[in-house]
Ligand binder design. Sequence first.
Ligand SMILES: Nc1ncnc2c1ncn2[C@@H]1O[C@H](COP(=O)(O)OP(=O)(O)O)[C@@H](O)[C@H]1O
Ligand SMILES: [Mg+2]
Length: 225
Amino acid sequence: MLIEFESVSVSFDAKTALDNINLKLDQKRIGVIGLNGSGKSTFARLLNGLIAPTEGTVTVGDINPATNPKAARQQTGFIFSNPDVQIIMPTVIEDVSFTLRSSKLSKDEIRSKALATLERFGIAHLADQAAHSLSSGQKQLLAISSIMVGEPKLIVADEPTALLDLANARLVSRVLLEQIEQQVVLVTHDLELAAKCDIVLLFAGAKLVEVGEPAPVISSYLAQN
Ligand SMILES: Nc1ncnc2c1ncn2[C@@H]1O[C@H](COP(=O)(O)OP(=O)(O)O)[C@@H](O)[C@H]1O
Ligand SMILES: [Mg+2]
């Protein structure tokens, strides 16, 4: 899908979180880097209507997330650093099934679709376990499963590996960058991950300071900090 930002600014009271962003992106793997407070999460949250621009227009595919947040949330799945904030049901299978609660599928169809999704992300054996009993990496895979079962067109992941140990971070990154066919926007401090994207956006002080091939954008990030 085409992601388009036209003169987009976001302010919180007197604080400018994003300053006049102009962009057109249709790459499959879009990395977002920058120091803390540079505007990365604000950028990510605009994509599914979690926040609206103070000025300008965001368009994702055919949808303006600010004016149609319901359609935006259906189209765009959002993965947070902390999977605990998005796991809402007691067991693993219930959590994945919850996404399908308002679909026209029967109970059996929902269960088999949920199980197939868990299978795909390697956690079907945990289906009947309590979600809170999972390891942090397994919880993130559950959060991803619960998003993916709804068949979003775009995945936005805001530092999805920040709370994970190395092995789990690698597992979750592999899922996001290699196993999902959908378009992914990946906000990360892991420059190895950013290097694997098709294009990288560098934010600094609420501005988009560079966009392009990963290697030169990452080099200038390293040089500036
Ligand atoms: N809800 C909010 N209320 C007030 N200020 C905010 C809010 N969200 C973000 N900000 C501010 O906007 C700036 C950009 O934040 P953010 O997009 O979260 O940066 P990043 O994700 O790169 O760390 C920061 O200075 C932050 O303090
Ligand atoms: Mg952030």
